[in-house]
Design a protein around this ligand. Structure first.
Ligand code: SF4
Ligand code: SF4
Ligand code: SF4
Length: 179
C-alpha cells in the first residue's frame, strides 16, 4: 500500500509561481482556472510578523467530503496512494463536490466536468514527480509515500515543525507545510 502526499517547506518558497505555470502546461488547465495556486498569510504579532508563502492544491484527503457528496461516483479514491480523482465522463457537473470541499480545490472545466489536482498521477505512475514538484527552483516541495517509514516525506516531518491546512475540517489532508 502507499499513501501519497506532499511536504512543502514554506521557508524556501519564494512565490515565483513556477509550480502554477508547470501545472497549467502539464495538465492543459484552461485559461482563467488553476489546479494549484499561491497563498500568502501574515503570521504572528507585531513586531515579529512572518509572511508565509504557500503553494496550495487539493489535499487528497483520506476522509474526502467531495467523494461522499458525489452522487455518481465520479469523485473517487484511486487504488494507488489514496489519490482523489474525478472520472470526467461520469461527472454531471452538479457541483456537490465543490460545495463540500473546505479547500476550494475544484473548478468546473469549460467542457462541463469538475477538475482539480491529480498529484499528476500519470507522471507518478511512471516514477516521476508531479510537474509542480519537478520545476520548483528552490526544491521546497517533496512528494512521497507516508506509508513508507523511510521516505523523504516522513524524514522531513520527523525533523521539522509543520502544519496542515484546516485540520479542524476533519478531512485528514495529506499536504504538510514545514515552518
Ligand atoms: Fe514556491 Fe517553488 Fe512554487 Fe516557486 S515553484 S512558488 S518557490 S513552491
Ligand atoms: Fe476533496 Fe477538497 Fe479534500 Fe481535495 S481538498 S480531496 S477536493 S475535499
Ligand atoms: Fe497540478 Fe499535478 Fe501539481 Fe496537482 S500535482 S498541482 S495536478 S502539477
Amino acid at each position: 500500500m502507499a499513501r501519497y502526499g506532499m511536504v512543502i517547506d514554506t521557508l524556501k518558497c519564494v512565490g515565483c509561481q513556477d509550480c502554477v505555470i508547470a501545472c497549467e502546461a502539464e495538465n492543459n488547465v484552461p485559461e482563467g482556472f488553476c489546479r494549484d495556486w499561491i497563498t500568502t498569510e501574515a503570521k504572528g504579532k507585531f513586531p515579529t510578523i512572518q509572511l508565509e508563502i504557500r503553494t496550495e492544491r487539493c489535499n487528497h484527503c483520506t476522509d474526502a467530503p467531495c467523494v461522499s457528496a458525489c452522487p455518481t461516483g465520479a469523485s473517487h479514491y484511486h487504488d494507488i496512494g489514496g489519490v482523489v480523482l474525478v472520472t470526467k465522463n461520469e461527472c454531471i457537473g452538479c457541483k456537490a463536490c465543490i460545495a463540500s470541499c473546505p479547500y476550494d480545490a475544484r473548478y468546473v472545466h469549460p467542457e462541463g466536468y469538475v477538475d482539480k489536482c491529480t498529484f499528476c498521477i500519470h507522471r507518478v505512475e511512471k516514477g516521476q514527480d508531479p510537474a509542480c514538484v519537478s520545476v520548483c527552483p528552490t526544491y521546497c516541495m517533496t512528494f512521497g509515500d507516508f506509508d513508507d517509514p523511510t521516505s523523504e516525506v516522513n524524514k522531513l516531518l520527523n525533523s521539522r515543525r509543520y502544519h496542515s491546512l484546516l485540520p479542524e475540517a476533519g478531512t485528514k489532508p495529506h499536504i504538510y507545510y514545514l515552518t
